[in-house]
Design a protein around this ligand. Sequence first.
Ligand code: NAD
Length: 361
Amino acid sequence: MFNYVRKEPYGVVGAITPWNSPLMLTAWKLAPALAAGNTVIQKPSEETTVSALRFAELVYQRTDLPAGAYNVVPGYGEEAGAALTAHADVDKLTFTGSSAVGREVAANAGENLAAVSLELGGKSPTIVFPDANLDNAVNGVMKGIFAATGQTCLAGSRVLVHEDVREEFIDRLTDRAGEISLGDPLEPDTEMGPVAFRNQWEKVREYVDIGTQEGATLAFGGEQPGDLPGECFIQPTVLVDVESGMQVAQEEIFGPVASVMGFADESEALELANDVDYGLAAGVWTENTRRAQRLAEGIEAGTVWINEYRMVAPQSPFGGFKDSGLGRENGPEGLEEYCQTKSIWIDQTGEVGDPFALDTG
Ligand code: NAD
């Protein structure tokens, strides 16, 4: 027998994207879906509809993509999004957004037996050991939680610091947080912009109150700075004395709020890192390579950075363990998500075989 395998497209891909990083996350779905030979119907977030529409316009102006291969259907999640995920002619669903909506998308995919991949939320740990280069660790933790005003799925919002360096680390982190230049995100000197909309601001503010009511201490931030226009600015915020069971340690805030916890040794660090329903990413700061590798293996997350944070690349698979998702984007795995596999057998003998034998080739 001659056997070969074909990778074939599913057909119609329904792609639902969130409001943060809207163009990059569109590209992560659109490029492999089209490369695999599918057509795409994208439902962008109602908060960022215009960028998706403009992107589609440019795609058709500047490429020879056949008409209808890429479509954008704007609308609210419960209407346009739900209709797309429930449509029987959609063969594959790819969703990036919150875990709550991801569950609904997966249920609809189940109804239609459509393939589904989900990129969901996170509550990612960043872990600092006493042997780390502390300048680098403070920098990396800041990058994890304050870049993009904390509005990223991979935000390093659970900050775990070894007791030996905890005080010094918190001092350095709060000092650096105080130096962050807030302002108009279109200005080159701005380091942190506002959160995206007022509801988001209120959610972040509420979590700061929840944290202090739960017993955490506000070491820095938590307020709207008085000297900036608009109503969506919030200071970079550091909560300390956080316990793992608190809401601010378990729930995705999606804002610039670091929840800092202490640990005594490596096994406690690993236990705390995994003591959460999410599993998107993690950062480890240590100069001990063996320890770094042990943690990289033990941490339940789709991405682990050692002495670094927030690196992504089209070549490297990205996605979640546990409630952070199903499937991967980017890398060869990201392309596979948009292909189904067909196995083809060709008889080479021309002989009439035994009709009752299961031929194992
Ligand atoms: P969201 O879940 O509220 O919305 C995401 C998208 O789903 C939007 O387009 C929305 O209109 C749509 N939607 C809402 N209800 C729907 C429904 N019932 N059926 C179908 N579609 C529906 O998320 P958001 O607030 O736009 O984005 C923030 C969330 O996305 C965070 O949880 C963040 O962690 C997550 N996220 C994950 C990744 C990742 O790669 N893992 C990347 C970015 C954002």
